[in-house]
Design a protein around this ligand. Structure first.
Ligand SMILES: [Ca+2]
Ligand SMILES: [Ca+2]
Length: 319
């Protein structure tokens, strides 16, 4: 079967699943709305119905991810979970679901070695290179390391509690891993503008490896770093474009296949530690599911961890 037909089949499957989950959710709705609408009025009723639609969309996303895990061992942008196949209209409402894997991004928590008091030099260099690519001051990397490491000794360019306690609204350096990506805003140098720039490219919930089937150009360009630059050279803009063009027709099923893109990449993979950073599959998936009824919109923002054919929610927020 061609990939196009597989995709059409996948999208049709996703729509079918969504409608099934919606039917179950709507059956519950009859009881829940009846109980709650007396207190909450028309807006509240629509709001509750929107949350139900969003729950159904999130449920459909979970089923789609489980189905994907049953059918293949890699994850690409061409798979049906990754495609914007929705919104689906149902009655007077609609639901829109998007799913992104987190392994397309750089995991900030993995900058720290597991002992908690020193950075992993290769991964720190990857993050520094991302900052360079995005035009952000490298001092942000030092401040992130200080935020994560368990001491109170600021690095050059970094910041510890001694800095944060002097702010108008004082707080202490966390000296531990990020629990949510939003915490990054607390780190010195991460202004609203810097945060928005970084957000598409950094995560705190992933395997720590980067999926070369899904990573955007900026992340691919960050991957060769540290001593690798001297040993093998950098993945420049052109090389990153070559990877993205190649994977459209040849999705990677093993990380070493990055060497099929060009002799330079074959050499880089063979000679440097870049191989310790790469994967072709994903384990954490960020879903956003929005229910919309007459302009009232409620969204469920969630991160699911997939192991085998199961997906467990690790983060769940109703907006
Ligand atoms: Ca897959
Ligand atoms: Ca610290």
């Amino acid at each position: 079967m061609t990939r196009r037909r597989e995709n059409e089949k996948g999208i049709a499957l996703l729509v079918t699943l969504l409608i099934l989950v919606l039917i179950v959710a709507l059956a519950h709705e009859v009881f829940r709305i009846g109980a709650q609408s007396a207190q909450t009025g028309a807006y509240g009723r629509d709001s509750i119905r929107c949350i139900l639609l969003a729950e159904a969309g999130t449920g459909a996303a979970r089923i789609a991810l489980r189905e994907d895990a049953r059918s293949n061992q890699n994850d690409t942008l061409d798979e049906f979970w990754s495609r914007a196949a929705l919104p689906i209209t149902l009655g007077d409402g609609e639901v829109l679901v998007t799913i992104e894997d987190e392994e397309r991004k750089i995991n900030l928590n993995r900058i720290m070695l597991s002992n908690g008091n020193a950075p992993d030099d290769q991964r720190l260099a990857v993050f520094q290179r991302l900052l360079d690519t995005l035009g952000i001051d490298r001092a942000v990397a030092d401040a992130v390391v200080d935020w994560l490491d368990n001491d109170e000794n600021p690095r050059v360019g970094g910041a510890e509690s001694s800095y944060y306690l002097g702010l108008p609204q004082p707080y202490r350096a966390k000296n531990d891993l990020f629990d949510t990506i939003g915490e990054l805003r607390l780190v010195r140098g991460v202004t609203a503008e810097v945060f928005e720039k970084l957000l598409p490219f950094v995560t705190v919930s992933s395997s720590g490896l980067v999926n070369i089937n899904t990573a955007p150009k900026e992340v691919l360009m960050s991957l060769s770093a540290g001593t690798d630059l001297a040993e093998g050279g950098a993945i420049d803009s052109k090389t990153a474009d070559d990877i993205i063009a190649y994977r459209k027709d040849h999705p990677f099923t093993t990380a070493s296949q990055i060497g099929n893109v060009s002799p330079f990449l074959r050499d880089l993979y063979a000679r440097t530690l870049i191989r310790n950073l790469l994967d072709v599959k994903s384990t954490y998936f960020h879903t956003r599911s929005s229910g919309n009824i007459g302009g009232t919109v409620r969204t469920i923002d969630a991160i699911g961890f997939r192991a085998g054919n199961e997906v467990q929610w690790r983060f769940w927020r109703i907006e």
